[in-house]
Design a protein around this ligand. Structure first.
Ligand code: NAD
Length: 326
């Protein structure tokens, strides 16, 4: 199979590319990435020379380039991760989110439609976020039937992309699957994201900024568990289906910061509570959704997937990685 993975030089994409290249030597895997500020090819050194792997630098906003790659590599299936991914950046500069996340997805869909015609053996697997569903109160969880209600330019652009994927399925019969995942963490995430940022500030003895009163809740999933979920969905998922992926690991941002601080104290041999003194509350982000939580039962019941990594273990692995890698 000729499999195109987009955004494979990013955080989650690189974990997925390494996994797929190593686990499926019979696949030819093409990694398309524009190498934005969020990309890092060092994440891929262990597979860079693998015979079943090719990296292609290209921007999804360039339709001709995308069409050429899909044709040239005879792409039969796509796992589409490439996107602008940082909510704060979408607030200060939303245009590129529309260009990459909406137009980029549309270009890829159109290139696949042109190339695949009506052949049903192909698959367009689109990777999305739970943020498309908006915010929850103290109770309840998102399910595949939850209405879309995105609040940030990032989540709105991802929601638009999800709608375009479904529209290509309904209008042109393009075989697709969508998965919406909760917050990922793990080795190699860009330092602008919450957990790497906290670790970086701890290393430099700087205040740990927490939005508002720290009560915002996210469901956290270790990136390796997201990768196994994508693997099982790609191979066993039902065409036209949406799967929610989550770790059933709800934490307030304050709890996340406290967990990182306590793990850091243990690692450094410092008295308990030392790192927590650096926690500082800062002005809240505009439109900050209060709580996200996921019901992953469809994925668990139908495809047998389960998150395997407990929060403490995932956090320790992540912390160790950031302490080793500057
Ligand atoms: P990331 O920012 O680390 O990586 C994104 C990658 O996409 C980068 O390598 C970048 O160069 C590439 N890219 C961006 N615009 C591009 C374009 N126009 N053309 C080609 N490549 C482009 O993101 P991530 O955290 O790895 O997220 C990957 C995907 O998973 C995104 O679609 C995101 O919405 C989704 N997602 C992320 C999370 C999370 O917690 N990080 C949770 C759920 C879903």
């Amino acid at each position: 199979m000729n499999l195109l993975i987009t955004g494979g030089a990013g955080f989650i994409g690189a974990h997925l590319v390494r996994h797929m290249v190593q686990k499926y030597p019979q696949y030819r895997i093409v990694n398309l990435d524009a190498l934005t500020y969020a990309a890092d090819l060092n994440r891929l050194v262990e597979v860079a020379d693998a015979p079943n792997y090719r990296f292609v630098e290209a921007d999804l906003t360039d339709f001709e380039a995308v069409q050429k790659i899909v044709l040239e590599y005879k792409i039969e299936a796509v796992i589409h991760l490439a996107a602008e991914s940082h909510v704060d950046r979408s607030i200060s500069g939303p245009l590129v989110f529309g260009q990459s996340n909406i137009m980029g997805t549309l270009h890829l869909l159109e290139a696949c439609r042109n190339t695949w015609q009506n052949d049903k053996k192909h698959l367009f697997y689109h990777i999305s976020t739970d943020e498309v569903y908006g915010a929850l109160g103290a109770e309840g969880v998102f399910s595949v039937d939850s209405p879309y209600d995105p609040h940030s330019p990032y989540s709105a652009s991802k929601a638009a992309a999800d709608h375009l994927v479904r529209a290509y399925g309904t209008t042109y019969g393009l075989p697709y699957i969508i998965s919406n995942c909760s917050n990922n963490y793990g080795p190699g995430q860009h330092r602008e994201k919450l957990i790497p940022l906290l670790i970086d500030h701890l290393k430099h003895n700087k205040p740990l900024p927490i939005y508002g009163d720290g009560s915002h809740v996210r469901d956290w999933l270790f990136v390796a568990d997201h990768v196994t979920a994508m693997d099982v969905i790609f191979h066993k998922g039902e065409s036209g289906q949406t799967y929610l992926i989550g770790g059933q690991c709800e934490k307030t941002n304050l709890e996340v910061a406290q967990s990182v601080c306590d793990a850091y104290d243990r690692k450094m041999g410092q008295p308990a509570g030392t790192a927590r003194k650096l926690i500082t509350f800062v002005e809240d982000r505009p439109g900050h959704d209060h709580r996200y939580a996921i019901d992953p039962s469809l994925l668990e019941d139908r495809l047998g997937w389960q998150a395997q990594t407990p929060w403490e273990a995932g956090l320790e692995t992540t912390l160790n990685w950031y302490l080793k890698n500057n």
